[in-house]
Write a protein that binds this ligand. Structure first.
Ligand SMILES: Cc1cc2nc3c(=O)[nH]c(=O)nc-3n(C[C@H](O)[C@H](O)[C@H](O)COP(=O)(O)OP(=O)(O)OC[C@H]3O[C@@H](n4cnc5c(N)ncnc54)[C@H](O)[C@@H]3O)c2cc1C
Length: 168
């Protein structure tokens, strides 16, 4: 976050430039004015995809910060060093990994857990599914309906069955 009013118009952009590591940049102010202290400020969220323990993960917060600043400058985003502050969050298991055999293993676990009728699986890691936020919430709603009705009215596994979701 830094003090600068003018920024870019998007909520987020994907970065495909091979000269930088950053994969996506959020522009929080455009989601909501309440994401910054006042309109004089801008706050970017730079997302770096990595695995726990790899080179990127192991970098110190300071190293990540200076890499991020270099990369913002390289791709020429609006930026200023006035009142510049940062926070690094490392999120393990951020993405459910779909390897070659994950479907079969998931099916086995799903079948086993069906023995427990009062156990309700919902959400991204709860179902090991590459669901977006809206679909994750939807699975929670369907579980709540099932619990309220005391029977399986809905099948949360049908949500986002094709795993097709395009961010327009
Ligand atoms: C880097 C990244 C970018 C993303 N970008 C987008 C996007 O642009 N658009 C979009 O729609 N979705 C996006 N998603 C996906 C979205 O964040 C998830 O789909 C959504 O947050 C999943 O919601 P959830 O409730 O299933 O899980 P979560 O939001 O992960 O919530 C699970 C909660 O359970 C808590 N928890 C875990 N274990 C325990 C325990 N044992 N006891 C108590 N609490 C526990 C965790 O702390 C967490 O708060 C992104 C995800 C990541 C990681």
């Amino acid at each position: 976050m830094f003090k600068k009013k003018v920024t870019f118009p998007d909520n987020w952009i994907y970065i495909h430039d091979k000269n930088v590591n950053v994969a996506r940049i959020q522009n929080y102010k455009n989601w909501s004015p309440f994401m910054v202290p006042s309109e004089e400020y801008t706050s970017y969220g730079l997302e770096y995809f990595c695995q726990k323990g790899d080179g990127l993960w192991e970098k110190s917060d300071d190293e990540l910060f200076s890499m991020a600043i270099d990369e913002i400058k390289k791709i020429d985003l609006p930026f200023s060093e006035i009142e510049l502050e940062y926070k690094v969050l490392r999120i393990p298991k951020a993405y459910p990994v779909y390897d070659h055999n994950h479907r079969n293993r998931l099916e086995e676990i799903k079948n086993y857990l069906e023995k427990f009728p009062t156990l309700h699986l919902a959400g991204r890691n709860g179902m090991h599914r590459y669901n977006n936020q809206d679909h994750s919430i939807k699975t929670g709603f369907l579980c709540a309906e099932n619990i309220a009705a005391d029977k399986k009215l809905f099948d949360p596994w049908q949500v986002n069955q094709d795993a097709i979701y395009l961010e327009k």
